[in-house]
Design a protein around this ligand. Sequence first.
Ligand code: COA
Length: 258
Amino acid sequence: MKHIDMTPYHPYRKMGTSCDTREIPDKKITWPRIDHIDSDNPDFRLRAITRNDVEAVAELWRISYPEVYGSVHGWILDPDEYLERVAFAENWDDHAVSRPHAVMLGEDLAKDKIVMSSIYTKWDLNLHVEASFIAIHPDARKGRIGASIWSNLAGFYQWLEGSGAEYVTVFCETWHNITQYIWFKRMGWKIAGIFPGNYTRWAGNNKEYRTCTVHFYRLLNNGGSITTKPEEWDLLPEVRELWDCLEKINAGSEEAGF
Ligand SMILES: CC(C)(COP(=O)(O)OP(=O)(O)OC[C@H]1O[C@@H](n2cnc3c(N)ncnc32)[C@H](O)[C@@H]1OP(=O)(O)O)[C@@H](O)C(=O)NCCC(=O)NCCS
């Protein structure tokens, strides 16, 4: 972070009275290395992307998540776009720090095929990781490989914690509610809000529409202790009512696992 002399300035009002504050640290997210074979299923490997995978991974997204075509997320469909953006296993020590996206793959070793891809995005100065995308190849959604994919996702929370992130988010699409269910009922994340019209999405041919996404969050590491509490938020009565309602609903979030 570039130093600016801020001594002549001050915040709008004193905040951070309901939580801890800290000296601004050197904030960095480091993608943790991942490469393991499922102990219950030796045919399933979870690992970071390599340069050799980019064609197959982009094709997996085109088959499973074509809706991002033409949107800010459309880069995931184009293998060339990966080269400067994602952390590659071959350059892990450097890329784990310098690259904004990590791509975790699920591989069916018996079929020598990538069956799952998930993409994460980081913002170092916000100690924030977004679980941006997940897709399972349509042929792998049921059966033994499908089960291994979900059981390995259970370790995902520790993986995020190991990155140094203190705020993690995910947005779920609304053409099904499977991921909303997984993050709310199985991973224990809280609903942050519903965002109508948030992203453009492909409707087939050359058509598009604006979609609604549901956003979830979780605070990790020291995130909770330095987060302001509702008592110091200045909210309109209507917004306070919405918050109370959200809290009531979020009390039903469960970490049931897979
Ligand atoms: C989203 C995706 C990864 C889900 O994988 P899937 O194999 O189709 O998921 P399933 O329908 O088997 O659901 C997973 C589990 O959650 C359960 N589940 C899902 N939604 C549920 C709900 N609303 N209520 C109760 N259980 C639910 C399923 O029953 C299943 O549990 P089980 O294995 O114990 O039977 C996959 O469909 C995919 O790749 N889709 C295309 C890309 C995409 O939409 N990505 C996510 C965008 S937010």
